[in-house]
Ligand binder design. Structure first.
Ligand SMILES: Cc1ncc(C[n+]2csc(CCOP(=O)(O)OP(=O)(O)O)c2C)c(N)n1
Ligand SMILES: [Mg+2]
Length: 278
């Protein structure tokens, strides 16, 4: 089917983000395991990409001119699957099988799921893959964009910086890396475990067009993504300042909510906080 994905306006995008947060918590609760923190921090990033920015066809996931997204922080599967299902890549009904034995919807994103471009989970590989796809696009004179979503803890991996050197070398202006800078990794605050700062100047010195945004502000995300499109000759990185566990008071900024599912009582409390009050 040749149906382009519709784009929606700012008010609807904000409502969508709220709804996606609720569904993330619901599927984590029904699975009894998973990673809420890094899914909740990436909601606006994925909502802006899939419901506003990207050129894609959910009913034709392998359309060759589609923009690509590499979810390099592969444990953010809950947000990825909820967004993909909502966009129409597969029936929402299937979300009930999240992390269940035999389901394609496993805890780390997998290409068995329509819309997932690459299997991830072992951190630090996505940017190299995005570079390869983007280089191929240049060679084939294709104009699609490749986005790569990375975690802040993830970019402590040396392989990320090898890839960070590669993209400017090949002038890959069709690559847009997005760092979900939620300041927390698995076991504590990222910059206490291994300091990333000064992060923007590191990317700049590697030759990247470097932008910083509030990663929960959809308008700022849209502007940065548009600026990435206008930037030629070098790749763009968007450092998105976010909050791990965003939207749920008792999860925000807590490493303990990196990998833990909410029980019934916690789910109820969280869903109350995430009610649409507009
Ligand atoms: C190579 C590798 N080392 C360790 C892990 C285990 N692990 C999974 S998530 C995670 C923390 C990642 O932190 P961050 O990138 O900040 O993710 P987020 O805060 O967005 O969840 C770790 C260490 C892994 N998946 N891959
Ligand atoms: Mg993090």
């Amino acid at each position: 089917m040749n149906i382009p994905a519709p784009t929606i306006d700012l008010v609807q995008l904000k409502k969508k983000a709220l709804q996606i947060r609720r569904e993330i918590l619901q599927i984590l609760n029904s699975a009894g395991s998973g990673h809420p923190g890094g899914s909740l921090s990436a909601v606006e990033i994925l909502v802006t990409l899939y419901f506003h920015k990207m050129n894609h066809r959910p009913h034709e996931p392998k359309w060759e001119d589609r923009d690509r997204v590499i979810i390099s922080k592969g444990h953010a599967s809950a947000v990825t699957y909820v967004v993909l299902a909502d966009a129409g890549y597969f029936p929402k009904e299937q979300l009930k099988t999240y992390r269940k034995f035999g389901s394609p919807l496993q805890g780390h994103v997998h290409t068995k799921v329509p819309g997932v471009e690459f299997n991830t989970g072992s951190l630090g590989h996505g940017l190299s893959v995005a570079n390869g796809i983007a280089l191929g696009a240049k060679m084939n004179k294709k104009s699609f964009k490749t986005y790569c979503i990375m975690g802040d803890g993830e970019i402590q991996e040396g392989s990320v910086w090898e890839a960070a050197m590669t993209a400017p070398h090949y002038h890959l202006d069709n690559v847009c890396a997005i760092v979900d800078y939620n300041k927390v990794q698995e076991n504590g605050p990222t910059n206490e475990i291994k300091n990333l700062e000064p992060l923007a100047s590191k990317w700049k010195s590697f030759g990247w067009n470097t932008l910083e945004v509030d990663g929960h502000d959809i308008r700022e995300l849209i502007n940065a993504l548009d600026e990435a499109d206008r930037t030629t000759g070098k790749p763009t990185v968007i450092i998105a300042h976010t909050v791990k566990g965003k939207g749920v008071s008792f999860m925000e900024g807590q490493a303990s909510w990196h990998g833990k599912a909410p029980n019934e009582e916690m789910l109820k409390k969280a869903l109350t906080e995430l009610e649409d009050k507009s």
